[in-house]
Structures are given as C-alpha cells and as structure tokens.
Design a protein around this ligand. Structure first.
Ligand code: LLP
Length: 414
C-alpha cells in the first residue's frame, strides 16, 4: 500500500495534489511520500519483531538526504557501497554503528573512512579485500568488524543484470572457499569476525531462492561453529521484490517468519538490507507531455522526462506503470511514452493505453527506488527536482539542477 491515490479525479501524494507540486517545482520531478517510506520500513522492522535485528536500508536505491533522514529518525541502519554513501548517511543523521559496508571494490581510503566512523561491519567480498581491511585496521591500530559475503550459487530467477548470487557473478566468495577464508581471517589480529552475509539478487518475487541460500548459509554457520568460529549475525541482504505490475512478491512478514523459523534456536542477530521494497512504491516521477506525435506504425507521447532521469526501462526493459495525474474522458490511444534523448532506447513505457493532450501530466509509478540514483546528465539535461511530501506539507529535498551546474568543475583551455 502507498499514499499516491486519486481524490476527486486527481492524483494526490498524501494530502497534496500532484498537479500543485508540478506547478510549483516544475517537471520532471521525483515525488516521495514520507508516510509510505515509514510504512514500508516498519513492515520490515515489525516483521522481524523481538528477534535481535537490524534493518539496513540499501542506500543505493535512493540516497537523497531527506529520505535517509526519514529512515534515520526511525532508527534504521544502512547498507552502503561507497565512501560517498557513508558520507550521505552521516550527513543525514544516520548512526554509523548501524552501517554495513558492501561492495567488491572498497578502496583503502573508503575502508579508513568507515573504520574511523565506527561502522557495524564490512561485508567482505574477496580474499584480497580481507587483507586490505586488515592492513588499514593495523595502521589505525584497531580491529575491523567483518562478515564474509558468501556466494551461495542460487538462481534468484530475476533479470540477469540484477542477479548476484550465481557462480559467474563477481560478488562474494564461493561457498566452497568460505570455510578456509574464515579460518584465515581468524588468524588476522586486526579483524573481528562478526557474521556471514549474502545477497542473491534484486526484485525476487518468490521465497524459494532466499530459503535455498539460507539453508546453505546455515550449514556453513554450523560447520564454522564446530571449528570454534562463532558468528553473531546473519545478514541475508536485500532483494525482496515489489509490485510493479501484477507481481505478487512475498510480504516482509512472510519472509521474516520463514527466516525466523529456519534460524531455529541459533542465537544469531538478523540483518536485512532492503532497498527497493522500502522505496520503489514510495515514489513517482512526474513528467509533462510535450508533444503527441502520430507515427506510421504507432503513436508517441513525447514527455519531458527521459532515460537520463529514469534508466530502468531502457536498461532492463523494466515495466513501470504510467498513469495520468488528472485522467480525461475519451477514447484511449496506444502510445509509446518516450523522452527527448537521442537514443531509440529512450522510452519510459511502450504501448500504453492513455487519453492524452499536450501539456498533460503523467506519473511514472514505482520510481522511488533506482530512479534518481541512476539518473545522469546525458544530453546535458539537468537532473530533476526531488520533493518529499509529508501529510499536507511539501519539502523540496533536492532543487532541480541548473544549467551552470552541468559544467561545474570544467575548464576552458588557457
Ligand atoms: N544489498 C546489496 C549488497 C545489494 O547489492 C543490493 C542491491 C541491495 C542490498 C538492495 O537490494 P534491493 O532490496 O533493492 O533489491 N538498479 C537495479 C537494482 C540493482 C540492485 C543492486 N543491489 C534496478 O533498478 O532494478
């Protein structure tokens, strides 16, 4: 459930008419709902219930400071993948002690930054990374908290670009190597072994792959315990899917119940890293129709948002619902909804039945995750504004970029 609903024939974000926000801040514009973000975060937090746990929101899904601040105020932890994301979490008031640091290419500088901030744990993705973390911790004369990210080799059944837990993927350490790597880590004095981690992919709509991975991880945890390596947490990553169209992903409550049941009486804290499930349906992208163009083969609605604003349709052939902000009466025509960027791949949706006139506003739904964070300045297009609605209050949480900002830092030759 989210808080983007029609009221008297017009789309509202919580208690505010979307058309009013577009009039004030212009388009394209990302619009987020605080109540929806909070609802989704709590769904995870309450699902795990009394079991010791940390919900580490995956910052890459949406890293706007306003969004991170809403989550930080709820007590959320954060899953980060760069020094930039760590800096954002700190700037937004996040607690570094609730941060886990994932990613295959952590630099020494990023590791230093994270150790100095006092993060909860590094999710280590390779043996050379383990050595690097140890070396930096030695220089700082501290112990680095670590988890090994294990690649459980399960098929997440999702788009190949967002599947991460297969042998051929670059992520994590193969299950067969994991025990040896833990044994090695245990010999390094500046490492503190905390847990085990995995993340098998994104937009999963079934529980089975999660539970397959979990079984393999629990087997590893038990074998390690027998060798005297006791872990205190199990990080199952993110990946729970959302409803873009007619998917029926498991609810956080079903997922958490299945996790808790399989944990049995092992005293392991649970860490979850949801990104999409918290943010996707907490945001929409508002765009205006510039032109309607009759083609030989099909009609085009040319809108002012493009692949640089929302890359998912172009990159993954992702389907996101496109709805009118103020629906009109009339006979629908079928449109490809496309942007102004000079690429055939620049579309937001294809073959959509809509009743449109130039100047109409459209909302691309489920755009709160991997929307703005994947946007770019391609075709020298300033990035969109971001607005966060809270009841009847509207907060501009990122001003639209100016044209001058496009070449900030660039120089003419002397
Ligand atoms: N933890 C790790 C280590 C991850 O790599 C990811 C996502 C997450 C957590 C959060 O996963 P989520 O709960 O959001 O599924 N750009 C793609 C999605 C890429 C996901 C990358 N990793 C898209 O727009 O579909």
């Amino acid at each position: 459930m989210d808080h983007f609903t029609y009221q008297q024939g017009h789309l509202y974000a919580e208690s505010v008419a979307v058309a009013e926000i577009a009039a004030q801040y212009g388009t394209p514009c990302y619009l987020y709902s605080r109540a929806t973000i909070e609802r989704h975060y709590r769904a995870f937090d309450e699902a795990v219930g009394a079991h010791p746990h940390l919900i580490c929101y995956a910052v890459k899904a949406n890293s706007n400071l306003g969004v991170l601040n809403v989550l930080a105020r709820l007590g959320s932890g954060f899953d980060i993948v760069s020094g930039g994301e760590l800096a954002r979490v700190l700037a937004a008031g996040g607690d570094p002690a609730k941060v886990v640091f994932s990613g295959v290419g952590k630099t020494s500088e990023e590791i230093r930054q994270a150790l100095q901030a006092g993060i909860h744990c590094f999710n280590v993705e390779s043996e050379p990374e383990l050595d690097r973390i140890h070396q930096v911790a030695e220089q700082l004369d501290c112990q680095a908290p670590i988890s090994i990210r294990v690649n459980p080799d399960v098929d997440a059944g999702t788009h190949p670009y967002i599947s991460t837990g297969l042998k051929q993927n670059k992520f994590g350490i193969a299950m067969e190597r994991a025990e040896a790597v833990y044994q090695y880590a245990a010999t390094l004095p500046h490492l503190d072994i905390k847990g085990v981690d995995c993340h098998i992919g994104s937009q999963l709509t079934e529980l089975a792959p999660f539970l397959d991975a979990l079984e393999r991880l629990l087997g590893l945890i038990d074998r390690l315990a027998a060798q005297g390596i006791t872990l205190s947490h199990l990080d199952v990553g993110g990946g729970l899917g959302v409803n873009y169209d007619d998917e029926k992903p498991p609810l956080p409550a079903e997922y958490a119940a299945a996790l808790r049941e399989r944990l049995g009486d092992r005293s392991l804290a649970l860490i979850l890293e949801p990104g999409r499930a918290i943010m996707a349906n907490a945001g929409v992208l508002i765009t205006q129709v510039e032109f309607l163009k009759r083609g030989e083969d099909r009609d085009f609605a040319i809108v002012d948002a493009a692949m640089n604003d929302l890359l998912r349709p172009a990159l993954y052939s992702a389907w996101q619902n496109i709805i009118p902000v103020s629906p009109r009466e009339g006979t629908a025509r079928r449109y490809d909804v496309v942007g102004p960027v000079c690429e055939t791949g620049d579309f937001l949706g294809k073959d959509r039945a809509l009743v449109l006139s130039p100047g109409d506003l459209l909302a691309v739904r489920s755009a709160g995750a991997y929307g703005f964070t994947m946007s770019s300045n391609y075709n020298s297009r300033p990035r969109a504004a971001e607005v966060l609605v809270d009841g009847d209050e509207v907060h501009l949480v990122r001003a639209r970029e100016t044209v001058e900002q496009l070449w900030q830092g660039e120089r003419l030759l002397p």
